[in-house]
Design a protein around this ligand. Sequence first.
Ligand code: ADP
Ligand code: MG
Length: 141
Amino acid sequence: MRIVTNSETETKELGFDLARKLPSGTIVAFYGDLGAGKTTFTKGLAQGLGISAQVTSPTYTIVNEYETGERPLIHFDMYRLHSADDLFEIGWEDYLERGAILAVEWSERVEEAFPEHTVRVHIEKDGDTRRVITITGIKEE
Ligand code: ADP
Ligand code: MG
């Protein structure tokens, strides 16, 4: 699925709509440069999961957990990791078993860590406000 958005709001809406289609335990792996809109998309995902807490980038913490919504979200930023080998330290295997939606920014860093059924969201920046977003791996009912 390929969608073009023309504002931050449109990208959030896309995340919102996607959240409702995701079974528990799904990994949403983001790909795209700094400023592409990975965190923005994740904010929409969180809203779609019934999370009212403010979602902020886990750039320094690597992981932020949101447990207070209707469905839990765990948000990762793998920018500072070198490879999937570094995942052991952050307890990745335990997160996989939580049944939460896992949103992963900088998936490029840890590509080997993802199971077969991973939803992939590629965001390509095209000017200040245009984003070309390609979503693959969604299981349609
Ligand atoms: P990333 O997490 O990929 O580094 P962010 O979501 O933090 O990116 O930042 C994206 C920036 O681009 C925000 O400042 C946002 O307002 C801006 N922006 C402009 N147009 C869009 C769009 N269509 N979709 C998402 N973000 C957009
Ligand atoms: Mg980000």
